[in-house]
Design a protein around this ligand. Structure first.
Ligand code: HEM
Length: 471
């Protein structure tokens, strides 16, 4: 399975970076009574429209459009918790035809306070340099019959100078080219909780964020820079000049609530938690006025990465310094997240888009060694998950019969994920938490036996109510 299309700028998807391109996010809800056969038939039709855009070229042979197709939580699961497309009952003697198994992150999407979930089953993130191509895509969708019951479109535009509506250069510090594969696409060795079919797919986040241009323009220029943490040209405020080689350690001289310090804290541990941003500015007439802002879009292999950047860092009033308040853009009322959606973009295959979601799981034999993947949560005594830094919880696997360590110790990153060294399968083992952070006490040992290459263990620590971020 190849990496999802329409996600990273590449030779095939060069249109993503084309300053002449416009973006359209098409959010569709499907008829609630569609069955598996009907949804697969509709996906084949939609796939033809996607391929048409992706194949088109201009007079110089350059591709002129691409599409990333994502599926939201409601595509997989109904509001009452039942599977939306259960496997088709086969004739006697045949193996069952599996239904679409949801990506592991969709049943537990991040919280976006004050924003409305667009509740779309399918999202098409179209980029095109010809308006006609987007229009043909939309009319093509209309011609697919009555599978779609409602549709909404959100627009944004690329730009030559890379500025966002407040006038600042955006995308100065995004994921480095060489790291993009790891940050963006699902690797089953690292994310064993994902279904087999999700390999090389990615989670897409979308948030529509109106910006208050008048309020921002009333701020003194130095104050505007302090809100962002950079000047308009992209120079970080604590550095003498703009550079692609910014120091790798914490930018402690920046205002703690500045957007750059909140969303992009540095250091070897926190740098492991990143998201690939591909948002577009927009300007539209709404309710008789001009409204401008950002169609924020990011891609990441796990929604835990987004949860860290958005909830544990940007909106957390105690990060990176206790009591510093939320991101200055939010705290000072300069932006507001209006609506949002989370989607999974399946990998690229030779089959129509999304058909891979209905593929049977692979038949795996038990390997000689495997790894345990820890997923950490810190909760209070009411069971509420806390926005603490999840990095630095340390584990040691032990042979319960002898008490001897098995393999080296290993630790969580900021999104609470940790992967053990290779361990023997088929033998009882014990996971000991040897060090806890965030004011928590180490959890109880957990007994387990590996029977696959990867085994996911959830480890919760309970802390007293009122505990705040460790800083
Ligand atoms: C309208 C809303 C927003 C505006 C105007 C905005 C603007 C900016 C600007 C000007 C920069 C500095 C240039 C750069 O390094 O790319 C930046 C960086 C960044 N933004 Fe935003 N942003 C917005 C919303 C968000 C949201 C909602 C998130 C994440 C949940 C986010 C995540 C980031 C990240 C991760 C960086 C890079 C920080 C670094 O590593 O230095 N932004 N943004």
């Amino acid at each position: 399975m190849r990496q999802s299309r329409g996600v990273l700028p590449s030779k095939k998807d060069s249109v993503i970076k084309d300053p002449a391109a416009a973006g359209t996010l098409v959010l569709a809800a499907l008829r609630p009574d569609l069955d598996q056969a009907a949804v697969l038939a509709w996906l084949s039709q939609a796939d033809l429209l996607v391929k048409q855009i992706q194949a088109a070229t201009d007079a110089n042979g350059r591709r002129t459009g691409t599409v990333a197709v994502g599926f939201g939580p409601s595509f997989f699961t109904r509001a009452n918790g039942t599977t939306r497309f259960p496997g088709v009952e086969p004739p006697a003697g045949f193996a069952p035809d599996p239904g679409a198994a949801p990506p592991a992150g969709l049943p537990r999407i991040p919280q976006v306070p004050g924003s409305v979930d667009a509740a779309a089953d399918v999202a098409f993130y179209v980029m095109a340099t010809r308006e006609q191509a987007t229009a043909e895509f939309l009319t093509g969708l209309a011609a697919t019959g009555d599978a779609i019951v409602s549709i909404r479109q959100e627009r944004g535009h690329q730009r030559a100078d890379e500025t966002e509506p407040f006038g600042y250069k955006d995308g100065v510090r995004n994921v480095a080219r060489d790291d993009r594969g790891n940050v963006v696409f699902v690797d089953p060795d690292v994310l064993p909780e994902e279904p087999d079919w999700a390999e090389n797919g990615t989670y897409m986040t979308w948030m529509k964020i109106p910006q208050d241009l008048a309020a921002f323009s009333r701020l003194a220029p130095a104050d505007q820079d302090a809100v962002i943490g950079r000047d308009r040209a992209g120079r970080r405020l604590d550095l003498p000049e703009a550079t692609r080689d910014e120091p790798a350690d914490d930018a402690a001289a920046l205002p703690p609530a500045s957007h750059v310090r909140k969303t992009g804290p540095r250091g070897p541990v926190r740098d492991k938690t990143q998201i690939f941003r591909r948002g577009l500015p927009y300007a539209e007439a709404a309710a008789g006025r001009v409204s401008a802002g950002l169609q924020f879009v990011s891609f990441q292999a796990s929604l835990d990465q987004l949860r860290v950047v958005l909830n544990r860092w940007m909106l957390n009033p105690d990060f990176p310094v206790r009591g510093c308040g939320q991101d200055a853009l939010v705290a000072r009322g300069l932006i507001r997240i209006e609506s949002h959606g989370f989607f999974f973009v399946p990998p690229d295959t030779d089959d129509p888009i999304g058909a891979v979601m209905f593929a049977p799981p692979k038949n795996k034999r038990r390997p000689k060694t495997g790894k345990v993947a820890v997923r950490k949560r810190v909760i209070d005594s009411n069971g509420t998950e806390l926005d603490v830094d999840l990095a630095g919880f340390t584990f040691q696997v032990v042979d319960p019969a002898t008490g001897q360590p098995v393999g080296e110790p290993f630790a969580t990153n900021s999104h609470g994920h940790a992967l053990s060294p290779d361990l023997p399968t088929g033998t009882p083992l014990r996971l000991d938490e040897t060090a806890a952070t965030a004011g928590a006490t180490p959890s109880q040992p957990i007994a387990f036996t590996l029977d696959a290459a990867r085994h996911v263990v959830r480890v919760d620590n309970v802390v007293p109510i009122g505990t705040v971020y460790g800083g």
